[in-house]
Design a protein around this ligand. Structure first.
Ligand code: NAI
Ligand code: MG
Length: 323
């Protein structure tokens, strides 16, 4: 063993909230424990959500350089509390006919060594989903008095030609919707953004497989799968269903949360209103949605998955009472 002292440079990255406080204690402990031929030096770097709010960057170049030049990185935590009054209300448009699902059942497997599925992006499919996303964004902006109005295209355009093409067609479609802001994110970073600050999003559009994953993750940001409605909407037909599956672990016990399905029914009413130019059925959807929001303010209406004890029937009753 060398008799010379080993110097280790540690990048000290506190981040947000309690991050800097807890890292400071770990640094004090390291300083107290060093000696016997070991010496640590610490250099602080900034990352995180508060930094992002201040500067528009959550991981600045300086911090990356510091981390690269260090022997190790000691990190606290990043992310902010939900700001008071923040409303999590966003829509995910998942292209549902192509993408990585295009080869569903038609992939190929060569012997025991190789399997291939193909990701397909067409101009027609991408234009159709992008157009719907922009139209919906415009409708939401009208309803909310223009509060938020942004469509975020999520892809992996930096790595794959198919996703670069998806983004290109999205941008071309955006030209017909001036006045609506566009925004871009890579899917990997997006999973973090949606967890950290879902209220930043309005309408999100993505390819089939990425949409499959992000929509379940998104459900978790609004209370779980029991709270997330969805619709499979084509040019002519619409099928409305909760985002969840059959939940065999709780089936038959009368404790499933019916809100996702009730909200899917509300979505169905609003879609019918648009298809048939019938504002009365749109209003039924609006009434149901408002009743769900009202019912859920009382703990008695909440099923177990969202922290209550209500049965499926009692939750349904609460919505009807609120109506
Ligand atoms: P899942 O959505 O059925 O369940 C995932 C977890 O969420 C479970 O812990 C479940 O108890 C909970 N959960 C789901 N819905 C809930 C509700 N309304 N209230 C309270 N908790 C709820 O997903 P999983 O377990 O991956 O799949 C189970 C079955 O459902 C499989 O056969 C799967 O193929 C099928 N499935 C069907 C879908 C569809 O018909 N659209 C979609 C997803 C899965
Ligand atoms: Mg799914």
């Amino acid at each position: 063993m060398s008799t010379r002292t080993s110097h280790y440079k540690i990048a000290e990255i506190g981040g947000d909230g309690i991050g800097p406080e807890v890292v400071a204690e770990a640094v004090r402990v390291l300083e107290a424990a060093q000696g016997d031929g070991v010496h640590f030096s610490f250099e602080r770097g900034e990352v995180g959500a508060a930094l992002y709010q201040r500067t528009g960057e959550d991981l600045p170049r300086d911090t990356v350089d510091l981390c690269r030049s260090a022997n190790a990185i000691l990190f606290g935590a990043a992310g902010l509390a939900l700001p008071p009054g923040a409303i999590i209300d966003y829509v995910i448009f998942r292209e549902n006919t192509e993408g990585l699902f295009a080869s569903l059942g038609g992939g190929s497997k060569v012997g025991e060594d190789l399997a291939v599925d193909t990701l397909v992006i067409t101009r027609k499919g991408t234009e159709r989903i992008a157009r719907r996303a922009f139209e919906t964004c415009r409708g939401r902006a009208d309803r909310a008095g223009g509060a938020v109005s942004k469509v975020t295209c999520v892809d992996k355009a930096n790595v794959f030609r198919s996703y670069a093409f998806f983004r290109q067609v999205f941008q071309e479609t955006a030209r017909s919707f001036r006045g609506i802001k566009t925004d871009f994110a890579y899917i990997d970073a997006m999973t973090m953004y949606v967890v950290q600050a879902p209220w930043r999003y309005d309408v999100i559009v993505l390819e089939n497989m990425f949409g499959d994953i992000l929509s379940d993750l998104g459900a978790a940001t609004v209370g779980g799968l029991g709270m997330a409605p969805s619709g499979d909407i084509g040019d002519r037909w619409g099928l409305f269903q909760p985002s969840h599956g059959t939940a065999p672990d709780i089936a038959g016990k009368g404790i499933a949360n019916p809100m996702a399905t009730i909200l899917s029914a509300a979505m169905m009413c609003r879609w019918l209103g648009a298809q048939h130019k019938d504002p009365r059925v749109t209003a039924v959807g609006d009434r149901i949605e408002a009743a769900v929001a009202k019912a859920l303010q009382v703990p008695k209406a909440r099923t177990r998955d969202i922290g209550g004890e209500a049965s499926t029937r009692a939750a349904g009753d609460a919505v009807i009472k609120a109506l």
